[in-house]
Ligand binder design. Structure first.
Ligand SMILES: Nc1ncnc2c1ncn2[C@@H]1O[C@H](COP(=O)(O)OP(=O)(O)O)[C@@H](O)[C@H]1O
Ligand SMILES: O=C(O)C1=C[C@@H](OP(=O)(O)O)[C@@H](O)[C@H](O)C1
Ligand SMILES: [Mg+2]
Length: 167
């Protein structure tokens, strides 16, 4: 069993929002690894970062991705930093990986004050820029489909993904 699509991209690229809509459009189940981590940890992602640290979060996340890739046959949205784990990058090879591209200004607008995103609490704009610059080549290298999201509605993005997934 493997997912119909795995969504990757920076925070604010719309993975969770577009993933949910894409699943509805395809008539399949939706799963988000952040929600899986929260269920396992019994607390919000931000509390895992604060109380246990990023390293513990990344371990829980890598585990959540591994399980979801093995069990889930719908749409799977990853957290923006999931691709930092080498094991995850290896597991993504051969999967239909959709990279949602977003520019800095759109991402900053979308994440807002970002209280739910612990990595962006201090100075969200410069943190996001650093993180996006470092990860962009990784996202690009893993993607089988790349979809631009700036100034576009989630519905339009979903239609482009559906087209891109056609064999
Ligand atoms: N294409 C888009 N246009 C405008 N707002 C969007 C778009 N995609 C997502 N959003 C909004 O941006 C915020 C972050 O989206 P989310 O799906 O949580 O991103 P991610 O999971 O990639 O961090 C949400 O408030 C969502 O409604
Ligand atoms: O980019 C990151 O490192 C993170 C992104 C978040 O998910 P979204 O990309 O869905 O916001 C969440 O997993 C956590 O706050 C860390
Ligand atoms: Mg998300």
């Amino acid at each position: 069993m493997s997912p119909r699509a795995v969504l990757i991209g920076a925070p604010g690229s719309g993975k969770s929002t577009v993933g949910q809509l894409l699943a509805e459009r395809l008539g399949v189940a939706f799963r988000d690894t952040d929600a899986d981590v929260e269920r396992t940890a019994g607390k919000p992602v931000s509390d895992v970062f604060i109380e246990d640290g990023e390293e513990v979060f990344r371990e829980l996340e890598a585990d959540a991705v591994r399980r979801a890739l093995a069990e889930h046959d719908g749409v799977l949205s990853l957290g923006g930093g999931a691709i930092l784990a080498e094991a995850t990058r290896e597991l993504l090879a051969g999967q239909p990986v959709v990279y949602l591209e977003v520019g800095l200004s759109n991402a900053v607008q979308r994440v807002g004050l970002a209280s739910a995103r612990p990595l962006l609490v201090m100075n969200p704009r410069s943190q996001l820029k650093k993180l996006m610059d470092a990860r962009r080549p990784v996202y690009e290298g893993l993607a089988t489909i790349i979809v631009a999201t700036d100034e576009r509605e989630p519905g339009q993005i979903v239609e482009e993904i559906v087209e891109g997934l056609k064999p």
